[in-house]
Design a protein around this ligand. Structure first.
Ligand code: FES
Length: 101
């Protein structure tokens, strides 16, 4: 069963920035890009490096360890869409960012 979980206050995530959060057992990375909030697992599917130290360029996040790059909109690895990071739906309401987990 999925439910909305409060992640952070809206003003804690600035445009173009990333913020790691823990929701239950999950380590999730929030990213605000062009006003929209994206949420994805904060562990690279290659060797589990935390993606919060990655480089964000446009909608693409490059892992800091071995440069695998993912589309934050879909979670897809750009070299193979068979490999994906889990992504989560988000909402911003009453000054709070929530994640559907
Ligand atoms: S751990 Fe991310 S590319 Fe290797």
């Amino acid at each position: 069963m999925t439910s909305w979980a409060i992640a952070v206050k809206d003003d804690e995530l600035k445009e173009g920035k990333m913020k790691p959060v823990s929701i239950g057992e999950r380590q999730i990375l929030l990213i605000r890009k062009e006003g929209k909030v994206f949420a994805l697992d904060n562990r690279c599917p290659h060797m589990k490096c935390p993606l919060q130290a990655g480089i964000l360029q446009d909608y693409y996040l490059k892992c800091p360890c071995h440069s695998w790059t993912f589309d934050i909109r879909t979670g897809a690895y750009i070299a193979s869409d068979k490999i994906r990071i889990n992504i989560y739906e988000t909402q911003v309401k009453d000054g709070i960012i929530s994640v559907l987990t």
